[in-house]
Structures are given as structure tokens and as C-alpha cells.
Ligand binder design. Structure first.
Ligand code: PSU
Ligand code: MN
Length: 303
């Protein structure tokens, strides 16, 4: 498997010396935000991780390799190249053997992180069970990955474009702990509330690190969701966002959008309908997740 991985010097050095490392995804760059905010966000997030005592490893597929850590030119490529494919578990073999450029989703980033020996991953929001998913069977592969791969995902919850209740039920069935980091309500990405609770509330990076270490020492395979609500000053109003989401969902239906196009389509509509506001919130919450993830990675490395 190692023949498919390449590392930047910074990440290789960190992994060889047991220093804290935080994985980052590329779909958020290629399919989640417009240029140039996407590449600027990517660089700032990496710096926040360094400032908080860990090494960032942004992950992407390029030239037949799974790159663990990207240089500036590569980040720019993911941010600008329109032919970058969205990669989940199913897509690895095709993207690698065709030499295409693949941006990793939450699921794919978890897989690559586990291959590289990275346990902590920061992103914006996870995929989940889509609304009407009980009919369409549109359930993100992020959830099946959380069920089996030993990587903790620090995120601002799940966007309410999803059916958050069914998403949490799915995670419960598959034994994935949902931890509220300094909160007891599961956040819905742009907002700090969702109407749903978390399984456990933890108040420090050390407490999260201890829980993760115990889970994996017990041989309980799978990931964990560490839900870190967007800081209050950047949060959007839940009811306002709901109205926007209903419009976006209706447009997706009208246009018969299916498969892996669903999430990027809806995210793009939400972005258009909220003008620049949602983008600022999105950037702020990713930065906050990076900071918390770096602290958890540092606490885990010192165990
Ligand atoms: N949710 C967001 N922003 C995102 C995504 C999800 O709020 O950018 C991206 C992530 O990369 C996630 C993927 O892993 O979409 C899920 O896609 P799908 O629903 O097709 O599994
Ligand atoms: Mn889907």
C-alpha cells in the first residue's frame, strides 16, 4: 500500500518523530468554496494548525499518488483546476490508475489518514443521510467510513441540507460516538443549534484525547465525530438558513441531481442564495475546527 503514498518533508518528519499531525481534506477546497477564498482558507488553516502545536497534512490524489501533505503549487491546483474529481472510497483505484486529480471527501481523507498513521482530521461538516434518504437511499459514504476507520473528525456538525436526525441514528447504529466539544446540542454547521443532542459532552482537548485513546485501545474500530460549534460571532440564524436550504433542495429535485453531484449542487445553491455571508461563516468554522483539532492531536501525541 505504501507505494501509493507520498509525503511532504514536514509531514514525514512529524510522523517519524511521533509529533501531532492533523489531516485536512481537499474537497472543501475544490468543490466547497470559490477561488481565491478556497486557497487562502487552505493556507490559513494550515498555519493555524502549526500555531497550535501540530503539523497539517492536506490530502489529495495526484499523478497516481495519495499525497499526504501538499505544497503551495499543489494547493493552488486543487483550488483552480476545474477537472478535479470528488473522491470517496469507491473512486481511489480509478483516480490513481488514470492519473487524474482527485479531491478527498471526509470518507477518502479518513482512509488516506489511516494509511498514513494520522488519527485526527479537521474539516467543515460531514456528509450524512439526505432528506428523503429513506426513499432515495442517498446516504453519504462518510458515515460508513466513520463506522470502520480509526480517525476522529473535528467538524461543525452536519449541514441541515441533510436529515440530521437520521444521520445521528445511523451513527448510533454503527457505534460512532458523537461528542459535543464544549456543547450539548449537535451543531448544524452555520448555526450552533439543530434541535438534536450529542451523545457525550467533553470540555477539553485532553478529555477528547483520553476518550479516543480508550476507544482504540479497546479495539473498537471506527471513527468519532467531534462536533465543535461555529463561534457565536460568526453563527447564522437557524430559521433563515432553513428557508434557503428548502429552496436549494427544491432546485436539486427539479434538476434531477443524483449521486455525488447532490452535495456540491446544494452547497453551491446555498452559497448563491446567502451571497457572501455563508462563505464567511464557513471559513470561520473551519479555522476554529483546525485550532481544536491541533490541540486534540497534541494531547493525543503526549499520551
Ligand atoms: N458538507 C459540507 N461541506 C462540504 C462537504 C459536506 O458542509 O464541503 C463535502 C465533504 O467533502 C463531504 C462530502 O465529505 O461533501 C460529502 O459528499 P457526499 O454527500 O456526496 O458523500
Ligand atoms: Mn450521496
Amino acid at each position: 500500500m505504501k507505494q501509493y503514498l507520498t509525503f511532504t518533508e514536514e509531514v514525514q518528519h512529524a510522523l517519524a518523530n511521533n509529533l501531532p499531525v492533523v489531516a485536512l481534506e481537499t474537497t472543501i477546497i475544490s468543490h466547497g468554496m470559490p477561488y481565491p477564498q478556497n486557497v487562502q482558507m487552505a493556507k490559513e488553516v494550515e498555519q493555524i494548525i502549526r500555531d497550535n502545536g501540530a503539523v497539517p497534512a492536506t490530502i489529495g490524489l495526484m499523478d497516481g499518488k495519495i499525497k499526504i501533505g501538499l505544497n503551495e503549487a499543489e494547493l493552488e491546483e486543487f483550488a483552480t483546476n476545474k477537472s478535479v474529481e470528488k473522491v470517496s472510497r469507491r473512486d481511489f483505484p480509478y483516480i490513481l490508475t488514470s492519473g487524474k486529480i482527485g479531491a478527498t471527501t471526509v470518507a477518502a481523507t479518513m482512509i488516506a489518514a489511516q494509511m498514513a498513521g494520522i488519527k485526527i482530521f479537521a474539516t467543515g461538516g460531514i456528509g450524512g443521510v439526505h432528506r428523503e434518504g429513506e426513499v432515495t437511499m442517498d446516504v453519504s459514504a462518510d458515515l460508513t467510513e466513520l463506522a470502520q476507520t480509526n480517525v476522529a473528525v473535528i467538524c461543525a456538525g452536519a449541514k441541515s441540507i441533510l436529515d440530521i436526525g437520521r444521520t445521528l441514528e445511523y451513527l448510533e447504529t454503527h457505534g460512532v460516538p458523537v461528542i459535543g466539544y464544549k456543547c450539548s446540542e449537535f451543531p448544524s454547521f452555520y448555526s450552533r443549534e439543530s434541535g438534536f443532542g450529542v451523545d457525550f459532552n467533553l470540555e477539553s482537548p485532553e478529555a477528547v484525547a483520553s476518550m479516543l485513546a480508550a476507544k482504540w485501545e479497546l479495539g473498537l474500530n471506527g471513527g468519532a465525530v467531534i462536533a465543535n460549534p461555529v463561534p457565536q460571532e460568526h453563527a447564522l440564524n437557524f430559521a433563515e438558513i432553513e428557508a434557503v436550504i428548502l429552496k436549494a433542495l427544491a432546485e436539486a429535485k427539479e434538476n434531477n441531481i443524483t449521486g455525488k453531484k447532490v452535495t456540491p449542487f446544494i452547497l453551491d445553491k446555498v452559497k448563491q442564495l446567502t451571497a457572501g455571508k455563508s462563505l464567511q461563516t464557513n471559513i470561520a468554522l473551519v479555522k476554529h475546527n483546525a485550532e481544536v483539532a491541533a490541540k486534540i492531536a497534541a494531547a493525543l501525541a503526549s499520551k
